[in-house]
Design a protein around this ligand. Structure first.
Ligand code: FAD
Length: 364
């Protein structure tokens, strides 16, 4: 006989939000994760030197959705934080995304806002239609800026040329004629005051929720009896890769502690589009506001193999996903939600929204 307990696979944002919502609605929930911790890719912890670091790369919370911000505020207080990024070109760090200061510094100009707009108009290479990421960037900033800031970064990040990637990838990065050097311009930009992991622990702290870590779904899927399964792992893995694996881009994170250096770089993240095998360096103390005599940084090395991080946005991959999605629709009593199950480039706020919607469907 089926038990009333719902099994949730994955204790990242999608699984934990669904767990919390179902538990609040009076349902019993058992949540598993194959990793040894909750919080999925947003997991943070103090390293052995006492600095709070993000194990799976920098996670900066930003959203325009007040509803999502308020929802998460049930589980954490916040530290206001606006992320800033520099892109190093020929050894010089410039504001990134490209803004007026970037142009003035790079080309020795003194443009005002109108001048910057005219500059872009002069150098852009109009493309019609705009289909690829190359089209997006050339169409807005022209070839020189494309080659300096985007081309090699994209090649490193995705292992593909921008001309091989859908427009959406580059369209995420704005170009500005003002001097706003914040990476995001969302209404709500903040970090969980005591870190993401603490926020997840609060989310899962409910008498109706049991958590089991270090357990792979593959080893329990035959364990009979769950009334329903909410699956947030990779959709192709769920179906035993029957149509072949969905391509993902992975990363290797190289964490380093610098004992006697209070600040390593002037902003949270510095991009290296044209140098090194890594794409960027993030210094965590900028993000967390932590005071410490030393500092901890992470370098990100993109790679094809490893944990699935970024769905690769190409038309043929989406077509393959659609085939898996058809199978998922026919899978009775299983809900597929999250970045891996929906093969979608979700930010944290978006995945919270998707999980809240899924929970609402389940609770009626
Ligand atoms: C390097 C990097 C930086 C990012 N930076 C930002 C940022 O700055 N801002 C932002 O908004 N978003 C950012 N994101 C996106 C953010 O990580 C995701 O939106 C979020 O983690 C998605 O949550 P999820 O629950 O869908 O997936 P995940 O966090 O991946 O959680 C899925 C969980 O399922 C578990 N799982 C998978 N398969 C199984 C199985 N078979 N059995 C048991 N457990 C399983 C996994 O171990 C994992 O813990 C970033 C992502 C990456 C990779």
């Amino acid at each position: 006989m089926k038990s009333a307990t719902i099994l949730i696979v994955g204790a990242g944002f999608s699984g934990s939000v669904v767990a919390s919502e179902l538990a609040s609605a009076g349902r019993r929930v058992h949540i598993i994760d194959k990793r040894s911790h909750v919080a999925g890719n947003a997991y943070d912890e103090y390293d052995e030197y006492g600095v709070l670091v993000h194990r799976y790369g920098p996670h900066i919370f930003h959203t325009n959705a007040e509803r999502i911000f308020e929802y998460l505020s049930r589980f954490t207080e916040w530290l206001p934080y606006e992320h800033r990024v520099r892109g190093v070109v020929d050894g010089v760090p410039y504001p990134f995304p490209i803004n007026r200061v970037t142009l003035n510094q790079l080309y020795g100009l003194d443009l005002d806002e109108v001048g910057a707009a005219e500059f872009f108009e002069r150098v852009r290479e109009p493309r019609e239609p705009v289909i690829t990421s190359e089209d997006v960037v050339l169409n807005s900033v022209g070839r020189d800026l494309y080659e300096k800031f985007f081309l090699n970064y994209t090649r490193k990040q995705w292992g593909l040329d921008p001309s091989e990637l859908k427009a959406g990838v580059a369209a995420r990065i704005p170009v500005r004629t003002n001097t706003d050097d914040r990476y995001f311009t969302d209404t709500f930009q903040a970090m969980p005051l005591h870190g993401y992991t603490k926020m997840f622990e609060a989310m899962l702290d409910h008498p109706n929720i049991t958590v089991e870590l270090g357990v792979d779904f593959a080893n329990v899927r035959d364990r009979a009896g769950y009334g329903h399964v909410v699956y947030t792992g990779p959709i192709d893995a769920y179906f035993d890769y029957c149509y072949g694996p969905l391509p993902y881009r992975s990363l290797r994170f190289e964490h380093e502690h610098l004992p006697a250096i209070e600040q390593y770089q002037e902003v949270g993240t510095v991009n290296y589009p044209n140098d090194h095998a890594y794409t960027r360096i993030t210094e965590f103390k900028h993000l967390t506001g932590q005071q410490h005599a030393g500092t901890s940084i992470v370098r990100e090395y993109p790679q094809a193999e490893g944990d699935p991080y970024y769905p690769v946005p190409r038309a043929e991959n989406e077509a393959l996903f659609k085939r898996y999605e058809e199978l998922a629709k026919r899978e009775a009593n299983v809900t597929f939600v999250g970045r891996l199950a929906q093969y979608r480039y979700y930010n944290m706020d978006q995945v919270v929204g998707a999980a809240l919607a899924a929970a609402k469907r389940l609770t009626g």
